[in-house]
Design a protein around this ligand. Sequence first.
Ligand SMILES: Nc1nc2c(ncn2[C@@H]2O[C@H](COP(=O)(O)OP(=O)(O)OP(=O)(O)O)[C@@H](O)[C@H]2O)c(=O)[nH]1
Length: 397
Amino acid sequence: MTGTELWYVAGAILVAAFLVVGLVAGTRRRALRRGSDTRSITGAPGHAGTDDAEGARAGSVDLLERPGTEAPESVEVEPTIPPLVHERPETAESRLARLRRRLAGRDSALSRGLLMIISRDRIDEQTWEDFEDVLIASDLGVGPTTELVEKLRTRFRVEDVSSPEQARAVLREELLALVDPTMDRSLATTRGEQPAIVMVVGVNGTGKTTTVGKLARVLVSEDKDVLLGAADTFRAAAADQLETWGDRVGVRTIRGAEGADPASVAFEAARTGVEQEVDVVIIDTAGRLHTKTGLMDELGKVKRVVERQAPVGEVLLVLDATTGQNGLTQARIFRDVVQVTGLVLTKLDGSAKGGIVVQVQRELGVPVKLVGLGEGVDDLAPFDAEVFVDALLEPAS
Ligand SMILES: Nc1nc2c(ncn2[C@@H]2O[C@H](COP(=O)(O)OP(=O)(O)OP(=O)(O)O)[C@@H](O)[C@H]2O)c(=O)[nH]1
C-alpha cells in the first residue's frame, strides 16, 4: 500500500468512527427525552398522591380513590388528550343567553297558548276555555291555571286590554308572578370554615350524575376546588360515569366498591373534602338501592352521616321535565326526608311542557335553581324567572 493509500484508509476509518459516535449519542438523547416525558406525565399535579390514597384506605369502608389520569411509574404513557378543563368554560351570562334561545322559538304548548291570547283581536269565552286547556296540557297544573286565567280575565276586562302589546304586558306580569322572581335561587356553594356540601338526589334516570358533572364544571370555572363523592353504589357503572365526568371537568372523585354502604362513601368524601380544605364537595346519590332498606331511609342516613363532618348546605332534587306531573309524588317524599333546598329541572330541551316549572315550585315550595338543556358539558343554566317568561312569550321562529 502506498503512503497516499494509507492516508485514504486512515481518513475513512476516522469518518466511520465519527458516524458511529454520532448515532449512539443521538439514540441516547432520544432515550433520555422519552424518559423525562414519562416522568413529567406520571408526576402530573392536580390528582391524588400517595397520602390521599392512604387516607382513603384508612376510611371506614373499602374505598378506592381513583386519581383518574395517574399512570404507573414504569409504564411509558403517550400524552393524552387534555381534559376539557383547559378550555375556557362558558360564562353564566352566555349560558343564560343560550337558555333563552333554546326556550324561545320552541313550538311548545305553553308558548302557543300564550300567543293565542296575545294575537286574538277579540277574546271570547271559547278562547279562554281553549287557553285553559292548553295551560293544563303544558303541565302548569290545575290550580295555577285557574288562578292565572281568573286574573287575566279580570285584568283584561278592568284595564280594557285591546291591543296585542297590552295583552303581552299583562300576561308577562302575571306569568312572572306565577314563576315568582322573589325566590332565592342562589346556590350554597361558598366555603365557610368547612367545605360547602351539596347533595344531589332524585329517582334514577332523571339526570343526577350528569347534573353533578355539569355543576362541577360551573364551579371549576369560578375557580373553586371541587371534590365529587360517588354515593350511588347501586351499580359500579354509576361511579364510573361520575368519575368520567370528574376527569372531563378536572376534579377528583371519591368512590367505593360496588355495593358499599352509600353513607360511608359520602362520609369519606366529606372527610376528604374537610381534610384537603376544598371549596365544594358534591355528593351524587342513588335513585334506587341494593338493600331492602327504603331509599328514603338511606338518603336520610347519608345526610346525617355527612353532617358529622360538615353541614349539608344544599340538597338539590333532580326532576325530569319530560315526565311532568308523574314525578311530583316522589318529589314530595324526597323534600320531606332530606329537606330539599333547590330543584334542578333536567331535559327541558326535550319537553314541550314548560309549565312544569311553575307546578313543581308551587307543589314543593322550593325554587327551581338550575335547568338542564341538553347532554353537553355546558348544558346547565341557572334558572332565571324573567328569561324564562320572556322566552315563552317570544313567537316561534
Ligand atoms: N336531553 C337531555 N338529556 C339529559 C339532560 N340531563 C341528563 N340527560 C340524560 O339523561 C340520561 C340519564 O342521566 P344520568 O345522569 O345518568 O341520570 P341519573 O339520575 O344519574 O341515573 P341513575 O344513575 O340511574 O340514578 C343520560 O342519558 C343523560 O345524558 C338534559 O338536561 N337534557
